[in-house]
Design a protein around this ligand. Sequence first.
Ligand SMILES: [Mg+2]
Length: 449
Amino acid sequence: MAEITITGWTTRDVRFPTSLDKTGSDAMNAAGDYSSAYCILETDSAYTGHGMTFTIGRGNDIVCAAINHVAERIKGRTLSSLVAHWGQTWRHLVNDSQLRWIGPEKGVIHLALGAVVNAIWDLWAKTLGKPVWKVVAEMTPQQFVDCIDFRYITDAITPEEALAMLTESETGKAERIRDAENSRAVPAYTTSAGWLGYGEDKMRGLLQETLSKGYRHFKLKVGGSLEGDKRRLGIAREIIGFDRGNVLMVDANQVWSVPEAIAYMKELAEFKPWFIEEPTSPDDILGHKAVRDALRPHGIGVATGEMCQNRVVFKQLLMAGAIDVCQIDACRLGGVNEVLAVLLMAKKYGVPIVPHSGGVGLPEYTQHLSTIDYVVVSGKQSVLEYVDHLHEHFLHPSVIQDGFYQTPTEPGYSVEMKAESMDRFEYPGKEGSWWRSEEAKPILEGEKI
Ligand SMILES: [Mg+2]
């Protein structure tokens, strides 16, 4: 293939008005507008690389501004030079000595990194004519290890250990690839019924609907009020049962202190949740450990990750035994490469990967990551969150059938958004776009909660 050079990039601030119907609402995030800080890498060929990071509205413009700084670092570089030594490329992207001050490797600048790194993966996979999961599945263990910047994690896992683990996982990989090709690699769980702002009738209807579609795992938001949560979890158990093989999970989105989390969850133990997600601050490793230890006798596990800053925090959560479930996020982490590092650590510490997917574009991304985990790293099936919102804006949306993600087959990383969707929902938008319409006024002129 001819050499391809990155000639420039475009950022788009795209916001979908989900706050109008409370989609995405939870105990911490009352009214989010699901948004993409979007990056399109331009090249001297017909190929473009599409990557995005997810936010819930205000501040999406700040992430777009940060994308401009990160993308600048690869302008003029050839694609082959970027992917030949991926770990070094990743290090180069986080290593601008001035930009590093506003991280390092966390917050806005790291969200921006995720968009840019994922855009490179999308571009690369498109030129290879394969979906991203397949690109990784066809790597040798050494090529996989070379994708990772091991700085700060060698006390948990060394490149040599990673190589040995991946070599061992080669056994059975061909069958697991076949499972993936038959769309039997990644079972889905649903959060669609569980948003806190939904009324009980809407929740009941959505639970029944998703149950009949073949889902077996259901997640509900909690942390609004104990009485209300008991009522909602009671309804959920009434519909999905206790003994029909259906699994219930709950998510508090960080609203509690550690003692509050323990006390509150003991009250909800009767509903037998598999895990409590984000019981407290995402940075509190010892707090998660304390919650986990206190809830273990009650049969409740602890999950976190959607706001876990980077591989270093995941390393500590895993080494401290603070979590039962590892919820990687496709763009909170610095793109595919950093996710691969966390998959390896989770495998080593025996913790299942259950990615965070509650956001626009996230299921499109994470279907690749869960497939990679199953096929290449853990060799074990897990579950992956699915929220049934906004997929119509993507050229190749994720699809669930019989409770399984349908493994992506189109080349790339699946987050290429339709041009007309970007134009319509770009913020603040041009004349004639949604954010300039009357419909937008309740959000633009309303209280910022
Ligand atoms: Mg969550």
